[in-house]
Write a protein of this length. Structure first.
Length: 298
């Protein structure tokens, strides 16, 4: 009860006067202090993003920041100027200008990345599409370089962890995104991909490599969609998070899930959902750390 009362009094009265006193003492507004004090990356950008929350109830200065955190990439430069003008910050304060510009790029880039990922997910695998077919065959060649695929529809697909004779049916949930991720990992981490495929054929602890890979695409997608990937991506890239960074995070999930699976030693593949959720909770916990960077370590 006392905590709620204090929270109300602080937000309604004390916060304004505290900010006013700090501005008198430092000669800087709250946003200047934030951008000058917080380290680059998630800690800074998340605070800038949160600074625009609930701004409809705030003075015009806060509303300008709220609008800024919702702009597109092309409008970032103008928004930085608008914020500086409204906050009466001199244009020669290049440190503030650079830091705010970087944070707004990260915020707008995250939103754009989600839209790009979502658009790729919505593309169904089409066996009549030559590009789709080429990517599927590329996946086979990357993982099974010493074995020719005898036919497009073949039991051989089960050797790399698909469920049946035709892999296209396994991409229904994640669309083309599932295939693109599998190919990306196999192309950029070929040694690791082949090693994990080999481990997935373990007589007791084996699992369906491709199916699990598609499942991990869904995990990466959901973490991006609900905003859980913000801290990681803001720490990884100084500017615009792009599709490459999403693929890299997916690669981390594949690499770490394989280790996790063998460390846990599940009773059988029938318990996959249970261990998948346990792994998901582990990753969500790691992503709560503002300093988090989840990448495959060489």
């Amino acid at each position: 009860m006392l905590g709620r009362v204090w929270g109300f009094l602080y937000s309604k009265y004390f916060r304004f006067w505290l900010k006013w006193i700090l501005r008198l003492l430092t000669g800087k507004c709250e946003l200047q202090r934030l951008l000058g004090g917080a380290e680059a990356g998630a800690r800074r950008t998340l605070r800038v993003g949160n600074g625009g929350a609930g701004a409809a109830r705030e003075p015009r200065g806060r509303r300008v920041l709220r609008n800024a955190v919702h702009v597109e990439e092309a409008e970032v430069e103008k928004c930085v100027r608008d914020v500086m003008k409204e906050k009466k910050i001199e244009q020669k304060d290049t440190g503030f200008k650079t830091n705010l510009h970087m944070s707004l790029l990260q915020i707008s880039g995250y939103k754009k990345l989600y839209l790009n990922v979502e658009n790729l997910r919505k593309v169904p695998y089409d066996s009549e599409n030559e590009e789709h077919e080429e990517q599927l065959i590329e996946l086979w060649n990357l993982l099974m370089p010493h074995e020719d695929l005898k036919a497009r529809i073949s039991k051989q697909w089960c050797d790399i962890g698909f469920q049946g004779d035709d892999p296209k049916t396994d991409f229904r949930g994640m669309g083309l995104l599932g295939l693109v991720n599998l190919v990306y990992f196999s192309k950029h981490y070929t040694y690791e991909a082949r090693k994990i495929l080999s481990r997935s054929n373990h007589p007791k602890l084996g699992y369906s490599y491709a199916i699990v890979g598609i499942n991990l695409t869904e995990m990466a997608y959901s973490l991006l969609k609900n905003g859980a990937l913000k801290a990681h991506l803001y720490n990884v890239v100084c500017g615009l998070p792009e599709m490459e960074h999403f693929h890299q995070f997916y690669c981390y999930l594949v690499y770490e899930f394989d280790k996790f699976w063998f460390e846990e030693e599940p009773e059988s593949i029938m318990h996959f959902n249970q261990y998948r959720e346990k792994f998901h909770e582990k990753i969500k916990g790691l992503l709560l750390d503002y300093s988090v960077v989840l990448t495959i370590q060489d």
